[in-house]
Design a protein around this ligand. Structure first.
Ligand code: SF4
Length: 238
């Protein structure tokens, strides 16, 4: 993972939030989209280390390889940084952001920060790139919100919104980090930690989205064994 760091003044030691995790047991932010899509898909990828490429995943990977090449663009009042490493030890998540925009603003709001080597106050705005168009479920927004949680912990300031850029329609969708999205994101993060700790891969539940799943052949959801489902529930309950 890149060591590119956010060029900001970090909050003073002692003002940091309670750390529940360390770097070794952080989960990848990018994996939250798999968990939002299907718990079993996340388990197969992140616990069983299964991965199958299909056309959708290949296109997504190509797009992110271009984004992750790392660039910085400077314009008056705007700085753009790609491929920056972010983490939250409170939530046990880390990853690389597609794009962070720093926007200069002297409106006096308290969620502005100082940037290393730059004058004035700046607000940070995460942008995630996706190959397709907006989805009917909020996996992309959850991934973006997790990045915002990291930025909040790293800078000590609240982030109100970000955006997802959809390549197919060449448009940004603005995303507000409201209470509902934050709660959903945090609950998925905690579920991921729980599954990882117990080493549990959830059983398949065949649904329409299985037809676009790259792991269909590995998962075999139509061969669901009811006893596996029962034993999984027992294991999850401890
Ligand atoms: S095939 Fe269906 S149940 Fe299996 S991992 Fe994919 S989406 Fe989940």
């Amino acid at each position: 993972m890149s060591a590119c760091l956010l060029p900001v003044t970090m909050p003073a030691a002692g003002s940091s939030l309670l750390s529940m995790f360390d770097e070794e047991n952080c989960i990848q932010i990018s994996g939250l989209q798999h968990l939002a899509f299907c718990k079993r898909q996340w388990g197969l990828i992140h616990i069983d280390q299964e991965w199958e490429e299909n056309q959708l995943t290949a296109e997504g990977r190509n797009l992110h390889e271009r984004v992750d090449e790392g660039y910085q663009e400077f314009r008056k009042g705007l700085r753009q940084y790609s491929g920056l490493y972010v983490k939250s030890l409170k939530f046990g998540i880390n990853g690389r952001t597609d794009l962070i925009e720093a926007i200069k603003s002297d409106d006096g709001a308290c969620n502005k920060i100082q940037m290393l080597g730059l004058e004035g106050r700046w607000s940070l705005y995460p942008v995630e790139f996706k190959r397709g168009k907006p989805k009917s479920y909020d996996a992309d927004y959850i991934q973006l919100c997790a990045q915002a949680l990291c930025l909040e912990e790293m800078t000590g300031t609240e982030k109100n919104s970000g955006a997802v850029f959809y390549w197919q329609i060449r448009k940004r969708t603005e995303v507000e980090f409201d209470t509902r999205l934050r709660e959903k994101t945090i609950s998925l993060i905690m579920l991921a930690h729980e599954l990882l700790e117990k080493g549990l891969v959830p059983p398949p539940e065949y649904a329409q989205h299985c037809r676009s799943c790259s792991l269909l052949e590995v998962c075999m959801p139509k061969k669901l064994n009811q006893s596996r489902l029962i034993s999984y529930r027992q294991e999850l309950l401890g």
